[in-house]
Design a protein around this ligand. Structure first.
Ligand SMILES: Cc1cc2nc3c(=O)[nH]c(=O)nc-3n(C[C@H](O)[C@H](O)[C@H](O)COP(=O)(O)OP(=O)(O)OC[C@H]3O[C@@H](n4cnc5c(N)ncnc54)[C@H](O)[C@@H]3O)c2cc1C
Length: 434
C-alpha cells in the first residue's frame, strides 16, 4: 500500500498523511485515491481549472474523458453500483479498477475529494453536477423501461442531463414552485410552461429532470411531478454569470408550451416533493467533501506562502500571530474532516431510506459546518496572502478562486441558514420519537 505524501501539514486528511484510520479499510480505497490523483493531475491540472474559471466554460473533451475512464457511472449512481446499472452502462470498468460490488460511501468521498485538488470545484461540477443530481431521480424512482431509455446514453456520455427545480420565485421553499404541466385533451402529453433558475449544467444538457406542478398551487407539497424534458424548440437556455465557478454552467431555463409525453413522468405523478428530499442528502454530502478539500488547498498554499514570504526581516511563519491564524484554520479543518468521516461511516451502515431519517438533520448541520469552515478558512487565507490573495495569477490564485467559489457551496443544496434550522428541527423530531 502506498500513498502520495503531502508536502505541507494539513494539506491532506490524516489517513493520507499516514495516520491510522478505521475507515479506509479496503485496498481499493487507496487504489482509487492514487488513480484519481494521477488522473486529475493529467486531465485537470490547476492551470486548466484556472483557465475554465477565466473563460467561464468547460470543454466537452473533458466530459468525454470522464466518460471514457468510467467516471460517469459513480457520478450518476453515487454510493452503490448495482449490477443492473452496469449492464446499462456498456462499460464494466470503474475508475481505479474498483469492483462494482466493492464501491461504497468512502469511494464516493475519495472520488470527489481528489477531483477538487485543483483548488476549484468547477471542473468537477461542470461534469458531475448535472448528471449526479439530474440522473438521481431516474436511478431511484423511474421504471425499468425508463431507466433503459435514458441511462445507457447518460452513463456513456452520449447525452447529458441536469436537475431543474429552483425558480426565480421558489428556491429554499421548494413547494412554492409554479412551473405548470397541463395534460393535452387526449391525455398523451403535458404542455409545460415556466422558468427555472441557477440550473447547474443547464447549458450543457440534452435532458432536464424538471419539477413541475401537475396539480395544486404554489405552496402545496403534493401535486409536484418530475418530468424528463428533452431539449426542444420551446425550451431555451441562457448562461448566468456567477461570482465563482462559472464553468459549472449555471443556467436560466424557460419552457414555452413544451410538449412532453406522459411516459416521461419519473415515478408517480404528484409525488416528486418526496423524491426531491430523498436526493438532497447525497448532494449535501458532496458539498461537504468539496468544502473539506478546498479548506486543505487553502492550508497547503498558505503554509507554503508563509514559510517563503518575508516581512519585517523574517518569514511570516515566524510571527506568532500568523502561526495562531494558521492553527485556527487547521483545527477547524481537522474537526470538519473528523465529523465528515464519522458521518460517512454512519451512512455506510444504513440504507438510504434509514439514513434519510436518522442522519437527515445531521447532514444538514454538517453541510452548514462545512460551508462555515470554508468561509473562515478562505477568508483567513486571503488575508495571509496579502495583495496576492486578491490577484488572479501567481501564488495566491487558487486562494483567490476559492474565495469566490465557496458561496457556490453555501447556497445550493439548501442554504446555510436553512440547514441550521432544518438540522435543529430534525434533531428535535428524532429525539421525541426515541
Ligand atoms: C451555483 C448555484 C448552483 C445551483 N444549482 C442548482 C441546480 O442545479 N438545480 C436547482 O434546481 N437549483 C440550483 N440552485 C438553486 C439553489 O438550490 C437555491 O439558490 C437555494 O435553494 C436557495 O434558494 P434562493 O436562491 O431562492 O434563496 P431564498 O430561498 O430566497 O433564500 C435566501 C436566503 O433567505 C434565508 N432563508 C430563506 N428561508 C429560510 C428559512 N426557512 N430559515 C432561515 N433562513 C431562510 C437564507 O439566508 C437564504 O440564503 C443553484 C444555486 C446556485 C447559487
Amino acid at each position: 500500500m502506498s500513498l502520495t505524501r503531502p508536502k505541507t501539514p494539513w494539506a491532506e486528511s490524516p489517513w493520507v498523511s499516514g495516520a491510522p484510520s478505521p475507515y479506509y479499510t479496503k485496498q481499493s480505497h487507496i487504489a482509487l485515491r492514487e488513480y484519481v490523483r494521477e488522473w486529475t493531475e493529467k486531465h485537470i491540472p490547476s492551470e486548466l481549472a484556472i483557465d475554465f474559471d477565466k473563460k467561464g466554460i468547460a470543454t466537452d473533451q473533458l466530459y468525454q474523458q470522464f466518460a471514457k475512464d468510467g467516471f460517469l457511472i459513480p457520478f450518476a449512481l453515487g454510493v452503490t453500483i448495482p449490477k443492473k446499472f452496469h449492464d446499462l452502462s456498456g462499460n464494466l470498468r470503474l475508475p481505479g479498477g474498483v469492483k462494482a460490488e466493492e464501491w461504497d460511501h468512502f469511494h464516493d468521498l475519495i472520488l470527489v475529494d481528489e477531483l477538487c485538488r485543483t483548488g476549484s470545484n468547477a471542473p468537477m461540477m461542470a461534469n458531475y453536477g448535472g448528471l449526479a443530481y439530474g440522473a438521481g431521480p431516474i436511478v431511484h424512482f423511474a421504471s425499468d423501461e425508463m431507466q433503459k431509455r435514458y441511462l445507457p446514453d447518460l452513463l456513456t456520455g452520449r447525452k447529458r442531463i441536469c436537475l431543474a427545480i429552483t425558480e426565480p420565485r421558489a428556491g429554499s421553499d421548494v413547494a412554492g414552485l409554479g412551473t405548470t404541466a397541463e395534460r393535452t385533451p387526449d391525455g398523451k402529453h403535458f404542455i409545460v410552461n415556466g422558468e427555472k433558475k441557477w440550473i447547474t449544467n443547464g447549458i450543457y444538457s440534452d435532458y432536464f429532470t424538471t419539477a413541475v406542478r401537475t396539480s395544486g398551487k404554489p405552496g402545496d407539497y403534493s401535486g409536484i411531478t418530475f418530468l424528463v424534458i428533452p431539449k426542444s424548440e420551446g425550451l431555451k437556455t441562457k448562461k448566468m454569470e456567477i461570482m465563482g465557478g462559472s464553468a459549472s454552467g449555471t443556467t436560466y431555463v424557460t419552457f414555452e408550451d413544451v410538449k412532453v409525453p406522459v411516459e416521461n413522468v419519473i415515478g408517480k405523478e404528484g409525488e416528486a416533493f418526496k423524491y426531491i428530499m430523498y436526493n438532497f442528502m447525497h448532494e449535501r454530502m458532496t458539498i461537504v467533501y468539496i468544502a473539506n478539500r478546498l479548506c486543505r488547498v487553502c492550508l497547503e498554499d498558505v503554509v507554503e506562502h508563509c514559510k517563503r514570504r518575508k516581512a519585517f526581516g523574517k518569514p511570516l511563519m515566524e510571527q506568532a500571530v500568523v502561526r495562531h491564524k494558521i492553527a485556527q484554520m487547521a483545527r477547524k479543518t481537522e474537526a470538519l474532516t473528523a465529523w465528515m468521516e464519522a458521518t460517512v461511516y454512519q451512512m455506510s451502515k444504513l440504507s438510504i431510506q434509514e439514513a434519510n431519517v436518522k442522519l437527515g438533520g445531521q447532514t444538514a448541520l454538517l453541510k452548514a459546518q462545512a460551508t462555515a469552515t470554508i468561509e473562515y478558512v478562505a477568508n483567513e487565507a486571503v488575508k495571509l496572502f496579502g495583495g496576492m490573495g486578491l490577484t488572479k495569477s501567481g501564488a495566491g490564485e487558487r486562494v483567490e478562486m476559492i474565495f469566490r467559489e465557496f458561496k457556490g457551496l453555501q447556497i445550493p443544496g439548501g442554504s446555510e441558514d436553512v440547514m441550521l434550522d432544518l438540522g435543529t428541527r430534525q434533531a428535535l423530531k428524532l429525539f421525541s420519537k426515541l
